[in-house]
Design a protein around this ligand. Structure first.
Ligand code: GLU
Length: 291
């Protein structure tokens, strides 16, 4: 079986050097082992993703010399599949409707911290969801949902971990050559009760990425270091759904001249801007250190 790679940008902005690097690394690794390369458009955020940004992705990648298989999977065309998976988690009581507003979360944390100890934070520094509504009865949940209260479906992380009842790990390659790999312990508990879906959108980045990697047979996930820690939660979801986990390579991030992560509005490092200023694909490869 040929290894399957994917590049999965979100069309909510223009591609920059960081995306170019990621796409080129995927292409190189796929070519190096006779693998396949898929392109996936991660457009579940229909308010921020636009057809113009999507068209620009194809244009920029083609110009860079990236080749991908068609048809391209667009996540916005698969909400039904995500809804089914969410339904399984609801059925198994592994998610719950979380109603607490930002203000209520803040107040609960202030109160808990006043009683002693710092409230736990996730690896991004955000306080874990206090989950005071985790144990609401079925009738009360129904009542609030019917009343139209805003909520998100959150993972009951304690219940999920109990269900799996064994430590989880993932395979992380050490380099693009994939000759050596390490087993990394997953720590989904560090993220607490993450959002799995919204009231009006039956998915989240986490649910869709895990679903699609499995449904598309992706077995080599190559992406930036910024997603390394989130892999822990993805491993847990894969396990809950019975999906075979891919192996991962989290590559270095391309930073701007100030050493900071590039953003989608970073004009200077935009692929289209560089092209318009006369840069060649070979120059782009050299700018990101891929000669
Ligand atoms: N769509 C995500 C992004 O634009 C990448 C998802 C992934 O590679 O897992 O950053």
């Amino acid at each position: 079986m040929r290894p399957v790679f994917r590049f999965a940008p979100s069309p909510n902005g223009r591609l920059h050097l960081g995306h170019a690097f990621s796409a080129l690394v995927n292409q190189r690794m796929a070519q190096g082992c006779g693998g396949r390369l898929l392109l996936r458009i991660e457009d579940i955020d229909v308010a921020r993703c636009t057809p113009e940004f999507e068209a620009a992705i194809y244009r920029d990648l083609e110009w860079l010399g990236i080749e991908w298989e068609t048809p391209v999977r667009r996540q916005s065309e698969h909400f039904g599949e995500y809804r089914d998976l969410l339904g399984r988690l609801i059925e198994e009581e592994l998610v719950y409707p979380a109603f607490m507003s930002r203000g209520e979360v803040r107040a609960a944390i202030v109160e808990a911290e006043a009683k002693g100890g710092r409230w736990p934070r996730d690896p991004d520094g955000a306080p874990l969801y206090p989950g005071l509504d985790r144990t609401l009865g079925a009738r009360e949940r129904r009542r609030r949902i019917d009343r139209g209260d805003p909520f998100a479906w959150r993972l009951d992380s304690a219940a999920a971990l109990e269900r799996i009842a064994r430590p989880l790990a993932w395979t992380e390659y050490a380099d693009m050559g994939m000759q050596t790999a390490a087993s990394i312990d997953a720590r989904p508990q560090d993220w607490g009760d993450v959002v799995i879906a919204r009231r009006d959108v039956p998915t989240s980045y986490l649910l869709s990425v895990v679903a699609d990697d499995a449904l598309q047979g992706v077995d080599r996930v190559v992406r930036g270091r910024d997603l390394y820690l989130a892999t822990s939660v993805q491993r847990l979801l894969q396990e809950l759904f019975g999906f075979a986990p891919p192996a991962y390579f989290h590559h270095r991030l391309v930073t701007g001249p100030d050493g900071r992560k590039l953003s989608k509005s970073a004009g200077d490092s935009g692929i289209a801007e560089l092209r318009e200023r006369g840069a060649t694909p070979a120059e782009i490869r050299s700018m990101v250190g891929l000669d």
